[in-house]
Each structure stands twice: as structure tokens, then as C-alpha cells.
Design a protein around this ligand. Sequence first.
Ligand code: PGA
Length: 235
Amino acid sequence: MKILMLNQKSAMKYNDIAEYIENLKSLNNKFIIIPSSLYIKEFKDAGYTVGIQNIAKKDEKNQTGEITASQAVSTGVTHVIIGHSERRANQNETSDILFDKFEEAIKNDLTVIFCVGENLVDYKLKNTDKVIYEQLDGVFKNVDKSKLTNIYIAYEPCWAIGTGMVPTNFEISKVASLIKKYFENIDSNIKVLYGGSVNETNISNLNEVENIDGFLVGGASNDYKKVIEMVNIID
Ligand code: PGA
């Protein structure tokens, strides 16, 4: 079965959490939930496997508004998203920053979901491979290779996120091969996810892409009925 990672971003309100948790409790071993950090405790207490959407780039006490990797781990968090395109764009997260975050995550034994993806202009110019390669190399060329375990690379084309547009299965498969090839001599166990407008209606078709290991779902992960449908389809 392919793995399902649910990136709830900043959409859910506190009053909706209890109902969501209750309705997905019996399926909570079928996915990793990555909620707003405000609700991590609620999901942990209900027995969910929980990720965090971001961590600080250094482990220091005086960083108002930040959550460090070690703090996340102390609450039972096991996974972290690094390099999401929304943070690359809105928080100006460069490869140098992402490298520091990656090092922090690995030091604290977090499983990393590292996102890559081209924008629409690069997609149209057929620059996808080049962009993906640069994004990977920006962080992983300097990483101690022995640390490269527990990593998922999520291919998320920026133009597919929240738009309803999805690459063809062939395009996804090509990028997945590229990513696996990049890590070939480093760690052949690297897992690849696809993300970008995955939902309960298209997941059955996307599930046919053989060389991806799962999905990173944004918008559709905020509706527990859609999550139940997606789990049932890929299970
Ligand atoms: P989306 O988001 O499923 O809403 O397109 C995916 C993501 O950004 O992780």
C-alpha cells in the first residue's frame, strides 16, 4: 500500500478538530497526520502518528515564535516537512536555510519529507528536471551521506498545489525516476511521494504510478470524509 501523508496546512479551526479525530480514529494507522502545530497534542493523545509542518533552523532557546526540532520530538512528533514551496516562496526559505533545517531534523531523528517542484513557467519551458536536480543538490550535496535514511522526497509541482491541475502519471513517474536516480549511489531506499491537488476522485488513477511510494495531500486532508475515501481506495 502506498503511504498517505496529510498536510493540513493552516486551514482547520480548533472547533473542528475533535470531530475530525473521532471520525478517523479507526483508520489512524493508515496515514501520517501533519496538522497545525496548535493541534499536535490532540492528535498525539488520540494515538495518531504526527508530523510537523516546519521546524526552526537552529536549536536555541531565544527564538520567539519558532518550534525547534527537539521541542517537536519532545511532544512525540516523528515527521517533519522541509522545503514546502509555500515556505520557499512566502518565507524566503533558501537551500542554505533548508540545509540547516534538514541537519536539525536528522540530528533529532525526525523522518524528513523534503519537497521539490517546479513552477508553471519552468514546467512550460520543460525545465522540470533541471529545477528538481538543483533543489535536491542545494541541500543534499553537502549532507553527510550516512545521515540519509528516513527520507521522503515529495514531488509537488507548484502549479499543481491547490489548483486542481495534476501532471500526467507519465510525468510524475519520470520525475520519480529522476529523484531515485539522484540518490542511487547514496541511499537506494529513498522514498518518493507525489503531492499537488491529490483528492478522493483522482487518487485511484494516481495510485497506478508504480515508482512513487505515496502521496502528500493538502486541501483534501481537511475533510475527514475525503480522507476515508482516499484511504479506502489505496488500501
Ligand atoms: P494540495 O496541497 O493537495 O492542496 O494541492 C498539497 C501540498 O501543498 O502539500
